[in-house]
Structures are given as C-alpha cells and as structure tokens.
Design a protein around this ligand. Structure first.
Ligand code: MG
Ligand code: ZN
Length: 367
C-alpha cells in the first residue's frame, strides 16, 4: 500500500506546481472578463417559456447560442432550497438546505465575491427580495442558517460588496445589535440610500447601497415598476468604472414566490420583468466586448406547466392554462444560458457547483 500512497502524493504535488505555473501565466494575458450572473429564483423551463406566450416583446432567451442544464440537488436533500442552491454558485460546494456560504459541515467557504475582490474586481448584488434573503446572502455572508437575516446584514460590513440594491431595510436597523449598522456602513465608506435609486455621479472611492423596502420589494403586479432594470443600469455604471473588472449578481427573486403561491399572473409578470434585465445585460456585453452573461436558476418552483385548457370537449391545444403541481420546489434540471466571452464553457449537462468553477476558470484564463 505504502508506495502507491507515496506516488499518489508525488502526483498531487506535481499538479500543484503545474497549477501555480498556470496562474503566473494568467497575469501576462489580457484583462479578465466582467461576470454578470442573473439568477431567476425558481425559474424552470416552463417559466422561461412563459416569456414566449405572454408578451409581444421578443424574449431575451432567443439571443443565446450556448445553453446547458444543471442538476441542482443539494447535499442534504434531493430537492434543494434557495440557500443551498445559491451557495453552490457562490462557493462551489454542495451544502445542506438552509446553508448560506458554508459547506455541509457548516464550515465557511470562500465565496466568489471574496476571491474576485482579492483579484481587484468590484462586486455588485441586486435582488427583488431583501438583500439578506438566501440567494443574495450566499454571495456575501457565511451563516449556518438562512433565517439569521440580522447576522447576514452585519456581514455587509466586511465591504466585499461595492454596490447593492434591494429590500430588507429592517434587517439593517430593527434589532438591538443592528441599531447602528447603517451608521457603521457609512463609516465603512458606504453611501446608503433608503428612499430611491437616485442617480448620482458616482464617487469612485465609495460603495453604494440601496435598501428600498422593509422586506421584499413590491410585486410587479403591485407597482414595482422598473426597479430591476434601473438598478442594473446604476450598478453597471458604477461597477464598470473599476478597470480590473466586475462581478454582478442580479436576482429575479419573486419568480419563486409566484410559484410558491401557485399564482400564474404573479409568476409571469416577474418573468417578464426579469426578461427585460436579461436583454439589458446582453446589450451591455455586446457593447463591452469583455463580459460574460450567465442566466440560470437555483431550482424550479411550483411544478409549473403551460398546459392546455380543459374544456367540455377535452384538451384545447389553442389555449394555454398555466398549472402547478406543488407549492414547493421541484428538482427538474435547470437551464443555463450564456452569452459573451467564454459562453461556450456553459454548454453541456453538469452540476450547479460547476457554475462557480466555470466562472473562476474564465477569470483565470483572463480571456
Ligand atoms: Mg431567492
Ligand atoms: Zn422558494
């Protein structure tokens, strides 16, 4: 046994040496790309398909040439939740349902935003939920349970995120421990706006945070308007001033909530909103020439289907009746759409954790 173990160790050492050599080579190459990761929470293929049947606008999805599928199963369950789903993207680890930036043993795992920050990237997060909610939280916090949103809010104080916009104001002030958090963030170079997405001339040395609702942002059907699109434009305006590149995660959080509620109108209006920001991201990538746009989801919600309407004569194939099979998540494979620099890497069928590794590969290649 011993000689085999020994030679395996030598091979391991040799491969480490090889990796270091590659890293040195990276620095000689061109600038690494900006990464725009768009997560439609609960967005399966039927949710995507709804943009083809419920709007006149051309769906953004028709603009992608590189498409893949991911398996979203978590370390603890066949069906993931949004915390483990986002942690797979942000940290490259399959973890348990409820985990925020920690692995299956609750150990902190370095996130993509932390890795990229060290490489000089600027980071941005936008969501239509609280910014402390499971999906965005997994990109800046390390907490053993998604419910600890006050603790998650305090993680913003580490200054990893240079721009954020969403809801969740209450978690930044309404507890004994967090009552001075907004002031602490201001002391840490954050300009915090709790009223509106005010377009300012950005001071490059500052970070910007917009907390525009107590909890989640309003639904589209209740007047959210162009928050997501405007936040995206503000974020890219700010982040692209960083000459080393940026990482921006944008979440259409409430596609999931429409699914949980089995409310087709809620879901479809959220999808149409998300579709607009995908168009904007592709437009940005097209103009910029050194950006990758990745659109995917943590899981599907609702077992949503675009079914035929059932009439007295049977199934009417000319009329779509959106239907649901559950008020929970499902474990159907999830589509991945990629556009821009290195988009071809995202073709194929793979694990959700591979999204993390593919993004880092692109950064490392600096192409
Ligand atoms: Mg979410
Ligand atoms: Zn959900």
């Amino acid at each position: 046994m011993k000689p085999i173990v020994f030679s395996a160790f030598i091979i391991f050492l040799a491969s480490c040496g090889q990796r270091q050599k590659d890293e040195v080579k990276t620095e000689e190459k061109d600038k690494s790309p900006n990464i725009i990761l768009l997560i439609g929470d609960g967005m399966g293929l039927s949710q995507v398909s709804s943009t083809y049947y419920y709007q006149d606008a051309v769906p953004s999805f028709s603009r992608f040439k590189h498409i893949g599928l991911i398996n979203t199963t978590s370390a603890s369950h066949k069906i993931t939740d949004s915390a483990a789903g986002a942690t797979a993207f942000s940290c490259g680890k399959k973890s348990y349902n409820g985990a925020i930036g920690v692995d299956a043993d609750s150990t902190t795992v370095k996130s993509i935003t932390e890795i990229l920050k060290e490489l000089g990237y600027a980071n941005g997060l936008i969501s239509t939920s609280s910014i402390t909610h499971a999906t965005p939280a997994s990109f800046f916090a390390h907490v053993d349970s998604r419910g600890k949103e006050f603790e998650i809010a305090r993680a913003m104080n580490k200054g990893i995120i240079n721009f954020f916009a969403g809801g969740g104001k209450q978690f930044f002030k309404d507890s004994e421990e967090n009552k001075d958090l907004l002031q602490q963030l201001a002391n840490k170079n954050y300009v915090i706006d709790t009223n509106a997405l005010t377009k300012t001339s950005f001071d490059l040395s500052k970070n910007y945070g917009y907390l525009l609702a107590k909890g989640g942002m309003p639904k589209m059907t209740e007047g959210r308007g162009d928050f997501l699109l405007n936040a995206f434009e503000l974020a890219t305006m700010h982040l692209s001033t960083n000459d080393k590149g940026f990482f921006l995660m944008v979440e259409g959080s409430q596609i999931d909530w429409g699914g949980h509620n089995n409310d087709a109108e809620y879901l479809i209006e959220e999808m149409k909103d998300f579709d607009k920001v995908i168009h904007a991201a592709i437009d940005f990538a097209e103009k910029d020439g050194n950006t990758i746009v990745i659109v995917t989801a943590d899981h599907e919600t609702g077992g949503f289907s675009l079914s035929p309407k059932v009439t007295e004569d049977g199934n009417d194939y000319d009329q779509i009746e959106p239907t649901f099979s559950t008020t929970g998540h499902t474990t159907t494979l999830i589509p991945v759409f990629a556009y821009g620099v290195g988009a071809e890497k995202f073709s194929g069928v793979y694990q959700n954790t591979d999204i993390f590794y593919k993004m880092l590969e692109l950064v490392k290649e600096g192409k």
